[in-house]
Write a protein that binds this ligand. Structure first.
Ligand SMILES: NC(=O)c1ccc[n+]([C@@H]2O[C@H](COP(=O)([O-])OP(=O)(O)OC[C@H]3O[C@@H](n4cnc5c(N)ncnc54)[C@H](OP(=O)(O)O)[C@@H]3O)[C@@H](O)[C@H]2O)c1
Length: 344
């Protein structure tokens, strides 16, 4: 007998992807329940070759749910994750609400799968920010080999990272450019069509944005508190797929060839690195894929033991839905949970 799984936020970008990934990977679920806000009650979403009718969060009793995949934003998670966990479900949350809570593990299975066992304290496991997830997948194997001291990262983040409204805004503005209609900026602080915006999430007192702060703090929590990281996060007019230009300073020597070989054998990583036209990954090819792609690996002679590289992944998959399902798989593989029906 399998698990009963709830997907909260099932009508959103991440929630729909969660349903696809649960079906694709044949997660051992007997039943999957799609949940969203009251606005979406009765809306149909796909799950494999089935359709599910969406239920409203406030009307749902979670007592028979084993695993709840949450992707309905921070405010909803703050209120609902503890209530759902109190009903005996393990909550795997995609928002930023619980990531820095010391009693909540923050997990990327390729990097710190063992941390999942910490879920027992609050019944909640957090997923990192989408930009952090792909970054730590690429950094971990290099850190194990040569110990990372400092990272400088600039991100090129797609509009789907801002939810379905973000995708709609890029589409509407692009169309308006060609039809000479009005270009309205509602979701993003400036026009995003044919533009770039060096601002994601709110500003902090020190001038960094919250998105940049999340990358710094989450990398420390997942990978190593000794790593110093500075980030510049930029929104770009790409629908799906985040890209990152990364400069790394190591304690020990590491060549570009060594890094390429290490990453070729690392879980979740695919190296595409030919010194020719098109010999690298772009977000267009990464969309719909599970891997984190690493390209343009080269030695950076401006610092001792420096490397530069380009990292691309599908933000809705490795950056969110896939990572959440992989966490659920870790719980199952390690027999850390059992289906309530089976236990009864
Ligand atoms: N997109 C990414 O790359 C990414 C990556 C990592 C983490 N995340 C996080 O994942 C979460 C969802 O992101 P998204 O991109 O999927 O956003 P989205 O496309 O805007 O979808 C939001 C989902 O949340 C539901 N929701 C909103 N308010 C609700 C309420 N009061 N009660 C129940 N459900 C409610 C929406 O339901 P309705 O359709 O009924 O409104 C919808 O299903 C966010 O916390 C985001 O930060 C996103």
């Amino acid at each position: 007998m399998g698990y009963k799984v709830a997907v909260v936020g099932a009508t959103g970008n991440v929630g729909r992807e969660m349903l696809d990934i649960l079906a694709e990977r044949r997660f051992p679920a007997d039943e999957v329940v799609a949940i969203a806000s009251r606005r979406s009650m009765g809306v149909e979403v796909s799950f494999g070759d089935k359709t599910l009718k969406v239920k409203a969060l406030e009307n749902y009793d979670f007592s028979d749910i084993d695993i709840c995949l949450m992707s309905a934003g921070g405010a909803v998670s703050k209120e609902w994750s503890p209530k759902i966990a109190a009903k005996g479900a393990v909550v795997i949350d995609n928002s930023s609400a619980w990531r820095m809570d010391p009693d909540v593990p923050l997990v990327v299975p390729e990097v710190n799968a063992d941390a999942v066992k910490g879920f027992t304290k609050k019944g909640i496991i957090a997923n990192p920010n989408c930009s952090t997830a792909q970054l730590v997948v690429a950094l971990k194997p290099l850190h194990d080999h040569a110990t990372i001291k400092r990272v400088v990262v600039s991100t090129y983040q797609s509009v789907s990272g801002a939810g379905k409204d973000g995708m709609d805004e890029l589409f509407a503005q692009t169309k308006a450019v060609y039809t000479t209609g009005d270009i309205e900026a509602k979701k993003f602080p400036r026009r995003i069509a044919f533009n770039l915006i060096p601002h994601i999430d709110v500003f902090m007192e020190d001038g960094f944005t919250k998105e940049e702060w999340k990358m710094m703090m989450e990398t420390k929590k997942i990978l190593d508190p000794a790593i110093r990281l500075t980030a510049t996060c930029v929104r770009v007019p790409v629908f799906i797929g985040h890209s990152e230009a990364v400069n790394i300073e190591f304690a020990d020597p590491i060549s570009a060839d060594e890094a390429r070989n290490i990453l070729r054998n690392a879980p979740g990583c695919i190296v595409i690195d030919k010194h020719e036209d098109g010999g690298y990954a772009t977000p267009y090819e990464a969309a719909g894929e599970d891997a984190t792609y690493i390209s343009r690996i080269r030695e950076d002679a401006t610092v001792e033991n420096g490397l530069a590289m380009w990292v691309v992944s599908d933000n809705l998959r490795k950056g969110a839905a896939l990572n959440a399902v992989q966490i659920a798989e870790c719980l199952d593989n390690r027999k850390l949970i059992s289906a309530k029906k089976k236990a009864a």
